[in-house]
Design a protein. Structure first.
Length: 252
């Protein structure tokens, strides 16, 4: 295994080829890896006034991160699941999408890949806009509905406000609409031929395709948690709240 000092001397291209996650860590420090592929980590960090050891430490910490399993999430109350999903939304909006956008807009791959990059530069911003709209819509409808139902269940909302739940579209309708919106990256997947990387592809292209594929995997897991865990819990909560409201109305 290379020592940290040896890593500092290696070029960015070598380092990110060995560990693609380093590209995202460098972006976290404000460094676009594709602009400095021929420079050593030490040279780039010196230019950006960043300690190379700090970059390596951050990389190791990212490698140690662990996402909760679906079984672990299922065992938690619905508010914990919503909190986790909101956190993932922030990750997508503040970290994953800006990182990928910077690569799509910034890399230069030469004439052989000119058409591909041109198409990606048209398509990826549309995907980002659509996905962010989907996130906001989900938080403003489903997440807010869950919060309202919990408020009534805990006795926070008075009865006259709680009856509004009967005039709203059922959560089961939201679930059906959500499943129809799951495959957000179908266009990008087709454009990249299922992220198939030519053997002679430059480092920047390999990392771009890898990161696009990783994002799609994250989105699939995210959608599965919502469809298989959150929506069923939310539907049951809604049924229970409606039952309690009906009982209160009958007794008043």
């Amino acid at each position: 295994m290379l020592s940290s000092e040896n890593k500092h001397k290696k070029s960015i291209a070598e380092l990110v080829s060995e560990n693609y996650t380093l590209a995202e860590v460098l972006h976290y420090f404000g460094i676009s890896f594709f602009r400095y592929e021929k420079y050593s980590l030490e040279e780039v960090c010196h230019q950006y006034k960043v300690n190379p050891a700090q970059v390596i430490t951050e990389l190791e910490q990212w490698a140690d991160r662990r996402e909760p399993t679906t079984d672990e999430l299922y065992l938690h109350p619905i508010e914990v699941m919503v909190s986790y999903l909101k956190k993932k939304h922030r990750f997508f909006v503040r970290q994953a999408l800006p990182f990928l956008s910077s690569i799509v807009e910034g890399i230069e791959l030469g004439a052989a890949y000119k058409d591909l990059i041109t198409d990606l530069r048209l398509m990826f911003p549309l995907f980002v806009d659509d996905f962010i709209h989907h996130i906001h819509e989900e938080e403003n409808t489903l997440f807010n509905r869950v919060s309202m139902l919990q408020d009534f269940d805990r006795g926070v909302l008075p009865l006259f406000q709680s009856v509004e739940v009967f005039s709203l579209p059922p959560i089961s309708d939201m679930a059906a609409a959500h499943e129809g919106h799951d495959d957000e990256m179908v266009g990008i997947r087709k454009l990249t031929d299922d992220y198939k990387i030519p053997g002679e592809a430059p480092v920047a292209m390999r990392i771009l395709f890898y990161e696009l594929q990783q994002l799609e995997k994250e989105l699939i897991i995210h959608a599965k948690i919502e469809n298989d865990l959150l929506f069923p819990k939310a539907i049951e909560l809604e049924k229970e709240v409606k039952r309690k409201i009906s009982l209160q109305i009958k007794n008043n």
